[in-house]
Design a protein around this ligand. Structure first.
Ligand code: FES
Ligand SMILES: [Fe+2]
Length: 434
């Protein structure tokens, strides 16, 4: 349970809010690279941490992310012409480059230096890992590069990723990532029904423990937690998840992408994107060779425009099954085949988190022993926000190399998490425990 005040501190992302300022210390995913597929291509509208922005790829391939509205008379730059290394507002022709500098102002006298003094608000960008990252924080604290998560280190042709919009606050979605117990219920099936739903509950002695014991350990990038399930044959099945500050979980094979990352990027207080990105190759420790899970389509998505209650729009990707079509819920299927009757694991998650309302009221919840990782994350975040307000900057943003860690989905004789991490440390960088 959280007080209403704590809930506000953790969930609000606007500039000037405690969490909004904390998030602005990190490089954040703004777009998938393929949302801006070509130089001088179509600009797209987006919203990040509550700020309306326009993104464009210029003649040289550089990406600009700038205020959605022209600094002259606030016309929407989305309608602009993307030409010769700049985006030209179609209202009066003012033109801006990817750094935000005004480079042409044809409506003013030629001798005027007004243009040299005028900029549109622009944020630095960095492209790596199939993503365009943005930094929206204080200039003097800008980290050298985005976090080196495993998916940023594999060749482009060995990675796949998708994103879709979720109509809920980012934190309740992230909490679903840290809640390993729900996998045995929400995502379970009564036999393989071929929809990509994973069945962790079997009768063959593999794993049938629905009460995992949870262990969490702080690290220099966030924390690592393990869910330990007893197996009938006497050892343990461990699902070890990495929480990478401020919004990423590296989850074991249930992601369908080996070593996959799930990133919950706040659009504003009431909406976020779920990014699912990972390597295409099975990784032996947590995905047996040829495992069909790594080849199944994870989720059908489609390009679309989303209109917010305030009338602003963005150009983005939407899940094919979503609130508008009741998530594809099939009650007959629920009776016979799957626990939910909802196709696709991410859709099952989406139905739960959106159904809570935009911002979950955590003063009404009752957490149990399976919620240890969620409690751990909230405490860590509240501590970080307190520290930042006292002037202590977070460690991780300036140290992208600490993010080179992996999740584990393994059997082990060990009953303690540090021993499991040690056993598999050659594949997963041994986290620096703090
Ligand atoms: S509003 Fe953009 S140039 Fe006038
Ligand atoms: Fe889930």
């Amino acid at each position: 349970m959280l007080t209403t005040k704590e809930n506000e501190r953790l969930t609000r992302v606007g500039r000037g809010t405690p969490m909004g300022e904390f998030l602005r210390r990190f490089w954040l995913p703004a777009l998938l690279s393929d949302e801006l597929p070509q130089n001088d291509g179509d600009p797209i509208r987006t919203r990040t941490l509550g700020e309306d922005l326009v993104a464009f790829r210029d003649t040289n391939g550089n990406v600009g992310i700038v205020d959605a509205f022209c600094p002259h008379r606030r016309a929407p730059l989305f309608f602009g012409r993307n030409e010769e290394c700049g985006l030209r507002c179609v209202y009066h022709g003012w033109k801006f480059d990817t750094t935000g500098q005004c480079v042409d102002m044809p409506s003013e006298p030629a001798e005027s230096d007004f243009k040299d003094r005028l900029r549109v608000r622009a944020y630095p960008t960095y492209e790596v890992g199939g993503m365009i990252w943005v930094y929206m924080g204080p200039k003097e604290l800008q980290p050298p590069r985005p976090p080196e998560m495993p998916f940023t280190l594999v060749p482009d042709n060995e990675r796949r990723g998708l994103k879709f919009l979720v109509e809920a606050n980012w934190l309740q979605c992230l909490e679903g990532e840290l809640d390993t117990a729900h996998v045995s219920f929400l995502h379970s099936t009564f036999g393989d029904d071929g929809t990509g739903i994973q069945n962790l509950v079997r009768d063959d002695g593999y794993t049938n423990d629905r009460h995992p014991r949870l262990f969490a350990l702080d690290t220099d990038y966030g924390f690592v937690y393990g869910g330990r399930r007893a197996q009938r044959k006497g050892n343990y099945y461990w699902r070890v998840t990495q929480f990478l500050m401020p919004m990423t979980a590296l989850i074991p094979s249930a992601s369908g992408y080996s070593g996959g990352a799930t990133i919950w990027m706040p659009i504003d207080d009431n909406h976020c994107w779920r990014y699912l990105v990972g390597g295409t190759r099975p990784v032996r420790e947590w995905n047996t060779p040829g495992d069909v899970r790594s080849r199944r389509p994870l989720l059908p998505t489609e390009p679309g425009t989303f209109r917010f209650p305030d009338g602003k729009e963005i150009d983005t990707r939407l899940a094919k099954f979503r609130h508008a079509n009741m998530y594809g819920l099939d009650r007959d299927r629920q009776r016979k085949l799957s626990f939910t009757g909802i196709p696709f694991i991410p859709t099952q998650d989406q139905a739960m988190t959106e159904g809570m309302g935009y911002v979950c009221d955590r003063s009404e919840e009752h957490l149990g022993s399976s919620d240890i990782a969620i409690i751990h994350m909230r405490r860590m975040m509240l501590r970080m926000l307190d520290n930042l307000e006292k002037g202590t900057e977070p460690y991780a943003p300036a140290h992208p190399e600490v993010y080179r860690v992996r999740p584990l989905d393994v059997e082990s004789d060990h009953a303690e998490l540090p021993d499991v991490l040690q056993e598999y440390s050659e594949d997963a960088r041994m986290p620096v425990l703090v």
